[in-house]
Design a protein around this ligand. Structure first.
Ligand SMILES: *[C@@H]1O[C@H](CO)[C@@H](O)[C@H](O)[C@H]1NC(C)=O
Ligand SMILES: *[C@@H]1O[C@H](CO)[C@@H](O)[C@H](O)[C@H]1NC(C)=O
Length: 358
């Protein structure tokens, strides 16, 4: 198959992929801080999480009370658990009431860790463990609770028709994930991705990324991969695909050697066509008049059994597919005898009286 159309379209390989690896940090509270908490805690919905908190080295300090404060991603801070050695534990009216408890019973003031059962997506946010102390005042430590949901990732290549405007050629979706998934593309095609995240019910994020390209015939069959990176995946998930671009047939005629002389036998022209979908019909005709009797056509191949003046004409090959017709033509020049212009191999005929036989 001729691939001449691809000639100037093979640009340098451009890796549009971008891989960001999530890093997990488990650093204990700030330097010099006496309140020790975990920086970050990860959980799936339905699990029970432990939020640890302790007051380091309480010597010389009077701990009077501890308060756990919840700060949602959006919204106001609320107290969710309070403990005072004299008055006991108290859990104010909040969406967490009934699911939050101190880990020890009775609670311990220097170690007032809590646990939250049946965590929900909406429990995501910051949890602050705050001590009321004397004489230094309030001291606190903050833990971020990150809720996780494993997204369902899918990808598809979208058939486009070659043209001059950008079209969607591939689509990738990461549905109902938490946190938001990162989608990147790896391809040598010269297009752009457009990525839109949407937060749905229960804070789940669906990310849809579309790869846009001004589709050309040369893009047909090119490799493209969508890569989804997410905290719940140990390694990025890759979806390899092939671009599908439809285009009308592109036609070439091969076999004309510029040496058709009267009397030469069995010269051939072949019509080669490339198209997507694959071309269905190949048709040979000549510029004017009827196809000469000396010509035999078998599908893409045209054979001149014996060259004479009748084939001193222009041959046209037309090829059709669903998208249109492509054509190419060759003008044959019939000579009285073989030409010195025919190369290679360069040979001269010995004399004008001699019959052609180079
Ligand atoms: C891709 O993005 C760049 C810059 O954002 C823009 O100039 C270019 O036209 C875009 N190409 C396509 C095919 O959308
Ligand atoms: C073929 O046509 C060309 C002009 O198009 C002419 O010069 C040449 O003599 C022709 N050949 C024959 C064999 O008639």
């Amino acid at each position: 198959m001729s691939r001449h159309y691809a000639g100037d379209c093979h640009g340098s390989s451009r890796n549009t992929g971008l891989v960001i690896l999530a890093t997990f940090l488990f650093i204990h509270g700030g330097l010099g801080q006496r309140v020790k908490v975990e920086t970050e805690v990860l959980s799936y919905p339905g699990q029970t999480v432990n939020l640890r908190c302790s007051f380091n080295d309480p010597s010389g300090i009077q701990l009077t009370q501890v308060t756990w404060i919840y700060e949602p991603v959006e919204g106001e801070r609320v107290n969710i658990a309070v403990y005072h050695p004299n008055f006991g534990a108290h859990f104010p009216e909040t969406p967490l009431k009934g699911r939050v408890t101190f880990v020890t019973n009775p609670p311990s003031l220097p170690n007032p860790s809590i646990q939250i059962s049946d965590v929900k997506m909406s429990d995501e946010g910051k949890y602050i463990c705050e001590f009321a102390t004397y004489p230094s005042g309030n001291e606190l430590g903050t833990t971020s609770l990150i809720m996780l949901a494993k997204p369902k990732n899918t990808a598809e290549s979208v058939t486009a028709v070659a043209g001059t405007k950008p079209a969607v050629v591939a689509r990738c979706q990461s549905a109902n994930g938490r946190p938001e998934a990162l989608i990147s593309w790896v391809t040598t095609a010269n297009g752009n991705a457009s990525t839109v995240p949407k937060t749905g019910a229960d804070n789940m994020v669906t990310v849809v990324s579309e790869y846009l390209l001004v589709p050309t015939a040369a893009d047909n069959g090119k490799d493209i991969s969508c890569v989804v990176t997410h905290r719940t995946l140990t390694k990025p998930e890759s979806f390899p695909m092939k671009l599908a671009v439809e285009y009308p047939p592109m036609v070439t005629i091969i076999g004309y050697d510029n040496n058709w002389y009267v009397g030469r036998t069995n010269v051939e022209l072949t019509c080669q066509a490339n198209g997507n979908p694959h071309p269905t019909t190949v048709k040979w005709r000549i510029l004017t008049g009827e196809m000469p009797d000396t010509v035999v056509i078998k599908e893409a191949k045209l054979t001149v059994l014996k060259v004479d003046e009748a084939v001193n004409t222009t041959f046209i090959c037309e090829v059709k597919n669903r998208l249109g017709t492509g054509k190419e033509q060759v003008t044959a020049l019939v000579r009285e005898w073989c030409s010195i212009r025919y190369q290679p191999p360069p040979r001269l005929c010995s004399g004008s009286a001699e019959p052609p036989g180079c």
